[in-house]
Design a protein. Sequence first.
Length: 312
Amino acid sequence: MKAIIINEPGGTDKLIYTELPTPVINDEQVLVRVKAISINPVDVKSRAGHGVWGRLKEEVPLILGWDISGVVEQAGDNSGFKKGDEVFGMVHFPGHGKAYAEYMAAPARHLALKPANISHEEAAAATLSALTAYQALVLRGNLQHGQKVLVHAAAGGVGHFAVQIAKHLGVEVTGTSSAKNRDFVLGLGADSHIDYHGYDWEESDKKFDFILDNVGGQTIDNSLEVAKPGSTLISIPTGLNEQVTQKAKDKGVNGYFFLVTSNGKDMKVIAEWLEKGYIKSHVSETFDFNDMALAHKHVESGRTVGKVIVKL
């Protein structure tokens, strides 16, 4: 099978095209013929030596990627799937996913059936990003109807799903983005928009029950300026260091670092919501498998609206 490996961290020149044996599955796995792969910031960071590179570097050569949609080519006896099933999911995150390949041996417990009313590209887009939003807002954040929620980077991969999920749960949503993406964010269902360029967080009269930070760094401190006492702040890209954790505690705010994990049960909820139209993937760019470097560079630019997909 065709695959892309990396032997060492660095630029996109470290993405090496090669031929590898097709994986052999066990009774709990399925062999998926990959149709679409979602490219995430963690893919780009890991390729560059950050992200989860530290966890995986002893396993080189690495096959990056975790988000797939495809067709079951072979099903293990205990997998619950059958040959021909269309499936999608985030596989083995934060471990060695091995998605950048024509075939993937995936644990059945990480997958769900792809809704028939969406494409493989849309399904692949609704894996790591949608799961992150779901697990952060629903499982960790325990959002309640009528609460006020702030979603940073609301036009991005996680953000655009978070806005939709929050609205589905019946909360009032404010999304941040640049001014050019204002209409996109409001079109997702956000009740209001903040242009983060030059916004005065200290003087803001807005206060929130729950804040999802998809940016990190200074955004954590900005978030604490608008967090209600007793509210929750979840930061996705960076761990809350002790200083910021103490700042959150001083303001009576519950501050957490959050890392999504593979879960087929959660994927089935995402599948149901996609099928019913409660949430929808926005795919802004699609690249061919032979153009993986271009896909990485696009994500690396930090200007992605919605999701970047590579198709096979």
